[in-house]
Design a protein around this ligand. Structure first.
Ligand code: SAM
Length: 278
């Protein structure tokens, strides 16, 4: 597992310390141990956990480490390439001074507030926190048992500055301190894009970004979320396809930037979100 992580992260432009690799190994051990008694993941081989959970989650840091030029190169190397990956940097200028500074800086995630919506067993949030300890991380999930387990994981791995919250995303986003409050919202494998936008974009402050982790087959789904992005006071920033090192799997980061505060009345109840997506 160690070799897979060190080589894979280095391929993604990241240079983890020995301590960070040890924490990832311990996280995998805790995950697979608990998975025997609680449904946390369908992936049960340590090597596959390293690739399909850890390296995949780390892609969000890969995108920041490379910077605009790296992304352009990656995009042209990657035949499946999504829409202009560098647009997160270029277009972020239109989001205002705060976003253009934070997103154009290669270490822009350092010290930022990040919320992982529907984190499950902690993906991508816990991996991001291990690899970028300065993040102020909030993990949200509607399943209490998973959230309680995540609390024990954060303690076991000595991760400071992490809140584990048992809540429904669409309800928590109505509370002050959460609404329009985060630099970055991330989410992986939670809902179709139009629904996911309503769950996640309300957390992002003006100038901040929402990154949805999607499959490369998500083109139509993402297109059908265009109106939701606009209705929530945001703007599509494009997407970036990345290959997970050591696999033939390619996934996609879909990015949207928040232009202003979340309109009143949003997000709606889950019943309404599901019945009539924005
Ligand atoms: N993000 C993790 C990953 O990539 O492995 C977990 C994905 S799992 C398929 C979806 C998770 O989203 C579940 O843990 C579920 O409880 C949570 N979830 C679904 N809808 C939610 C909502 N409205 N609010 C909070 N959590 C939600």
């Amino acid at each position: 597992m160690r070799e897979i992580l060190v080589n894979g992260l280095s391929e993604m432009g990241l240079s983890p310390t020995g301590e960070q690799i040890e924490k990832l190994e311990e996280y995998a051990r805790l995950l697979l141990e608990q998975n025997q008694v609680m449904n946390l993941t369908a992936i049960t081989e340590p090597e596959q956990v390293a690739r399909l959970h850890f390296l995949d989650s780390a892609a969000i840091l890969g995108v920041e480490q490379r910077g605009a030029e790296g992304l352009t190169t990656e995009r042209s190397e990657n035949a499946a390439g999504g829409q202009a990956a560098q647009s997160i940097f270029a277009q972020s200028e239109e989001l205002g001074p705060e976003a253009s500074t934070s997103l154009r800086n290669p270490t822009r995630l350092s010290g930022k507030t990040v919320i992982d919506v529907g984190t499950g067993a902690g993906f991508p949030g816990v991996v991001l926190k291990i690899l970028e300890p300065s993040l102020q991380l909030t993990l949200v999930d509607s399943l209490g048992k998973r959230v309680h387990w995540l609390e024990t994981v954060c303690e076991a791995l000595s991760l400071d500055g992490v809140r584990c919250i048992h809540a429904r995303a669409e309800e928590l986003a109505l509370e002050s301190g959460f609404r329009d409050a985060f630099d970055l919202a991330v989410s992986r494998a939670v809902a179709a894009y139009p629904l996911l936008c309503e769950l996640c974009l309300p957390y992002v402050k003006p100038g901040g970004v929402f990154i949805a982790m999607k499959s490369v087959e998500s083109g139509r789904e993402v297109e059908s979320g265009e109106s939701a992005v606009k209705r929530l006071g945001a703007k599509a920033l494009g997407s970036w396809d990345y290959a997970i090192p050591g696999t033939d799997v390619t996934h996609r980061l879909v990015m949207a930037g928040k232009l202003g505060p979340t309109p009143k009345g949003l997000p709606r109840s889950w019943g309404k979100i599901k019945k009539s997506p924005l």
